[in-house]
Design a protein around this ligand. Structure first.
Ligand SMILES: [Mg+2]
Length: 223
């Protein structure tokens, strides 16, 4: 068990691998390119990229400014962006699989990437075989985000036939944890620089990087 629960559900992006600032900048550009080249946004890529960065800063979602003010549909950007995602530039952790294999709980992935990108990412970071039948995308539930309400977390639990109260949800993005908590899950935030969301009541535990969380479990400190 982990924190007395039988099930651990991980976010994928920036949780099971670490997004460097260099990679984050590439992703902002890729989203801008998807907007301009694939979706016909009437703007140059540099200008669009600035707005993507601003949109992340304000809304924690790079597309929001474009949905609100430029007639871009979330679904269209979701698909175009994930097709362009440069998965090969992700630097996988060493030995993550060996650690995950030893965690004494059922484990799943629930990601806001689409199925196409999440399969590529899981393969790239060496976790595809382990999570092959145990990863889900928001796409599987007909939505594009997991920080809007708790409904998608309840549906996820129905799908895997567990009670949210028996789940630990692990995510770097605290806006997701708010709704995981609302559904009844125990929440773990993964941070990198400093624990910026200490004050959030819906976060039960916080760890610097996924490896420190897994090490704690394997040392018996999170049973
Ligand atoms: Mg994430």
């Amino acid at each position: 068990m982990v924190f007395g629960k039988d099930v651990v559900i991980y976010d994928l992006d920036d949780t099971l691998y670490k997004k460097t600032e260099y990679f984050a900048d590439i992703l902002d550009r890729v989203m801008a390119e998807a907007l301009v080249f694939d979706l016909g946004l009437d703007m140059d890529v540099e200008q669009a990229k600035k707005l993507v960065t601003e949109s992340y800063r304000i809304y924690r979602d790079g597309g929001e400014i474009f949905y609100k003010g430029f007639g871009i549909k979330p679904k269209d950007l979701f698909i175009a962006y994930h097709k362009r995602k440069p998965v090969e530039k992700i630097i996988p952790y060493d030995n993550l699989l060996a650690k995950i294999e030893k965690v004494p709980a059922e484990q799943y992935v629930f990601t806001a990437s689409d199925r196409y990108a999440s399969e590529k990412i899981l393969k790239h970071i060496g976790l595809y075989e382990f999570f092959k039948d145990r990863y889900y995308s928001v796409e599987d539930f007909g939505v594009y985000k997991k920080n809007e309400n708790s409904k998608v977390y309840n549906e996820f639990c129905k799908k895997i036939k567990v009670d949210p109260k028996d789940c630990v949800f692990v995510d770097d993005s605290y806006s997701n944890l708010e709704f995981a908590k609302e559904s009844g899950m125990t929440t773990v935030r993964i941070y990198y620089h400093n624990n910026s969301a200490k004050d959030k009541k819906y976060i039960d535990y916080a760890y610097k990087g996924i490896e420190s969380f897994l090490d704690n479990i394997l040392e018996g400190k999170a049973a």
